[in-house]
Design a protein around this ligand. Structure first.
Ligand code: SF4
Length: 193
């Protein structure tokens, strides 16, 4: 692994830029691969992520992993991070000042990962990343370009776990992202034999 990436992760792990440093167990930076054509960005760590120090390892992560398997995405095909890297107490939404404090770290992470396609998981991640207040239900499944990346918001897996009727939409959106990677020549089409 690139030593400059390791240096970055180590720097994140000692970050004190916002008050969440006082209550976290771990700084949660990433899982998957560096670099990666596909990057997924969630809102922030939950209890299990804080305990293990990795993003999306609880029930939401298990659902994501099922989707990755279904769409033929191996661990070296994606990189997962979050808008903020430390768990807000009680799983509350991140505060604006926490998002702003963590933003430079996320921007550097994206520069290391070099994704062509970014999936934003959930309304909080969408608003924090774009500044747009449009409800996630109106923007999900549609690509737009930002800073040279193809960006697509979709529902957060935790929301889908609470409302099973939305499962098909998350499923469809991951398929849309996969097709974009195929169109860009970055992934072979799935073959069903
Ligand atoms: S949330 Fe981000 S800015 Fe705040 S302490 Fe953690 S790593 Fe630093």
């Amino acid at each position: 692994m690139d030593s400059s990436w390791q240096t970055f992760v180590t720097e994140c792990e000692s970050c004190q830029r916002c008050e969440l440093a006082a209550t976290r167990q771990h700084v949660v930076v990433w899982r998957g691969h560096v670099p990666s054509h596909l990057m997924l960005i969630g809102e922030g760590p939950g209890a299990e992520e804080d305990r293990q120090g990795k993003p999306f390892v609880g029930r939401s992560g298990q659902l994501l992993d099922i989707l990755f398997t279904a769409f033929g995405l191996a661990e070296n095909n994606y990189h997962i991070g979050n808008i903020i890297k430390c768990r807000p107490p009680g799983n509350r939404n991140p505060l604006e000042e926490e998002v702003q404090a963590c933003r430079p770290l996320l921007e550097r992470q994206i520069q290391f990962v070099k994704p062509q396609v970014i999936i934003l998981l959930g309304g909080v991640a969408y608003k924090a990343f774009t500044g747009d207040q449009t409800p996630i239900s109106r923007v999900r499944g549609k690509f737009f370009e930002q800073d040279g990346y193809y960006v697509m918001p979709t529902f957060h897996p935790a929301y889908v776990l609470r409302d099973n009727r939305q499962r098909k939409k998350l499923w469809a959106d991951i398929g849309i992202a996969r097709r974009r990677l195929e169109e860009l020549g970055l992934l072979e089409p799935l073959s069903f034999v």
